[in-house]
Ligand binder design. Structure first.
Ligand SMILES: Cc1cc2nc3c(=O)[nH]c(=O)nc-3n(C[C@H](O)[C@H](O)[C@H](O)COP(=O)(O)O)c2cc1C
Length: 195
């Protein structure tokens, strides 16, 4: 199932195509493929080139996959269990100068965006998650105090919506929506649409 963005202006086909399905085939994904996705993430820009992103990478059947899955809220565990790859994105809160990095979350998010575009290009589906226990993640992976788990992402080949339970299938088939362009893009004064 495809679910392209209904855009107001033309955009790059990869951005139009990317979406967040919940139906994943359990077909394994090659380690080299996942390494390419993380290479894309590694080449994201970041403030002062601090590259505050770190990644825990789990392949279904291994200990890291299981731990990442264990941190998820039940809602996410219900659909993400088939995904052959689970990754936890982690942010280093402290800059190389020893100060708080005010934009580490922004930078980690940007690296994840790069990862999703590379995955889409490779024909893979991605679904990011904020619904997980950071405390559990810190404990299970022994994260240092100056690092924070930011988000999870499920990666794999997409399955048919019918592979999901009826409630999830309904969500999968519902239209993708965005706020109107003019509610978001301003010039002159905040709230005044760019015309
Ligand atoms: C940081 C972040 C956290 C998210 N958390 C969850 C989550 O916990 N569970 C879930 O099912 N989807 C989650 N999503 C997916 C969003 O709901 C989804 O990206 C959004 O509805 C837009 O849909 P699209 O990605 O198909 O364009 C999350 C996405 C992001 C970027």
């Amino acid at each position: 199932m495809e679910n392209p963005a209904d855009t107001t202006f033309d955009i790059h086909p990869i951005i139009k195509k990317r979406w967040s399905p919940r139906a994943f085939q359990s077909t394994p994904i090659q380690k080299e493929t996942v390494q390419r996705l993380l290479e894309a993430a590694r080449w994201a820009p970041s403030s002062f080139n601090e590259q505050p992103w770190r990644f825990m990478v789990g392949f279904k059947g291994d200990d890291t996959w299981q731990k990442i899955h264990d941190t998820m809220v039940e809602f996410n565990q219900q659909w993400a269990g088939n995904a052959p790859v689970l990754i936890m994105a982690i942010g280093n809160k402290i800059s190389s100068k020893g100060k708080t990095n005010a934009v580490y979350q922004y930078d980690v998010g940007q690296s994840m965006a790069y990862l999703t575009f590379q995955a889409t290009e490779e024909g893979l589906a991605t679904h990011q998650m904020g619904g997980f226990s950071k405390e559990k993640a810190i404990e299970l992976f022994g994260l240092p105090e100056d690092h924070e788990p930011i988000a999870l992402i499920a990666i794999g080949r997409q399955d048919k919506p019918g592979a999901l339970s009826p409630d999830f299938e309904k969500m999968e088939k519902s239209p993708r929506v965005r706020k109107p362009f003019d509610e978001l893009v301003f010039a002159g004064k905040f709230g005044q649409p760019l015309k």
